[in-house]
Ligand binder design. Sequence first.
Ligand SMILES: *Cc1c(COP(=O)(O)O)cnc(C)c1O
Length: 535
Amino acid sequence: MSQRYLSTRGSESGRSFEDVVMKGLASDGGLFIPEEIPSLPSSWESEWRDLSFAELAHRIMSLYISPSEIPSEDLKTIVEKSYSTFRHPERTPVAALDPKDNLYLLELFHGPTFAFKDVALQSLGNFFEYFLVRKNQGKTGKDRHHLTIVGATSGDTGSAAIYGLRGKKDVSVFILFPKGKVSPIQEAQMTSVLDANVHNLTVEGSFDDCQDIVKALFADPDINKTHNIGAINSINWARILAQITYYFYSYLSLTKSANYKAGTGVRVVVPSGNFGDILAGWFAKQMGLPISKLVVATNENDILDRFFRTNGHYTKKPLDAPTDAGVKETHSPAMDILVSSNFERLLWFFAFQTDKAATSDERRKHACESVSGWLSQLKTEGGFQVPAAIIEAAKAEFESERVSNQETIDIIRETYRNCIPTDLPAGSPRSSKTGGYILDPHTAVGIAASRRSIQRNPGDYHISLSTAHPAKFASAVDLALSKEDGYTFSEVLPEEFVGLEQRERRVTAVPHGAGWEGVREIVKAEVEQELEGRR
Ligand SMILES: *Cc1c(COP(=O)(O)O)cnc(C)c1O
């Protein structure tokens, strides 16, 4: 079968994997999705059981990328290269956090920037490189296809993108972040990368201001005439695809543990913001991975939780809120969002699956129409309501939990005091004195949600996703643990972070009031300079 992609809003279909990776967003503003969700080979569980992470990624990606586009051997090379940068031999090891409650932690922070986004962005960088090398064979100078990536970040995306793209040929990466508003470690991570193709820009304002500038650049005909602008945020399909692997990997790890009893439910809990991570889990489940429920865990920016609790109202602000309060700043900043961009993909599939039309072509057309309608309502009216059949379908596969700031801090402390696992993966954050496990605040949101889910479903296995290393979010961790016995922050700090803040930095400050046009001129000038330096 040759795998093709369409836009959730209907104006594009039959696209190749290369097209969707290089473009990021469809021309109608929709997101790319596979025309068919592949199902698993019947003997997957025995055949895949003992594969390495990279081998598993290769099997799964092969179901979504036609070999006529990327020959199997090339895909294998891309995948192996992408995960060779991870510190742990298992890449995403599973820790038995609290085996008596069947609670497991999937540690996704063993990549170069200590956050789960590395799993996706290491491979996205290698996909870009592969396609560019192929396009540019035998070409020189100005004939070479050059990609200019522009992204906004409040921390994690920017550092993972920079580490995924540093030093790659024919691609420049520009990361905009709000001055003084990303954590000191994250700022140091980004700006201490001195490769010529990496460009950090600080903006006076908020993360939203940065994002508005990026959106304006994507829509600007002038820069699009001269530059190929590309995206690295989680609207890029390759990121979702890469994340499917660890759902399989963690399930198979669990079934291999001595504690595992076949036939018991397996629930997976995911700290969520833009809905990219958990959407990958839903694809895994659709393919046939036996997950009994996916649990969405949000912080106080809870649009997803409200969707489930209000029977399908998806609204920027709570229905009873008098005014538009905007995004709340929480202890888990990588989940501070007003709307979850990837939710559009899930809604498309539910609209398609619940539609009554006779042919799949008609159902597809109807799903695109519904999604376009909802998204334009979101823009004009601030929200929309989905039909009953869709919320029912969603509730059959998902549950949700909202975790407050106070609970986030409390659960970091409780976990430190009560979870003293005996057998942890190398590099797991714990106190060397008490053995207490140290959660980052995003992971803590997931653990708080897991605890509630365990109360309702005692005996079921819970795999809770750990999305970042606590050293990246020092202030929240200190707030929770500074008075605890045996805790010192410096002990949690990985050696890679020691001295990071003193290293040489390169960053361009966007002048006050320069606006998006000012940023455009900076981008043009820095790309020009970078290419001059190469020639
Ligand atoms: C990005 C991020 C999340 C949220 O993931 P989504 O795919 O946006 O739902 C959670 N935790 C951390 C640490 C992150 O960086």
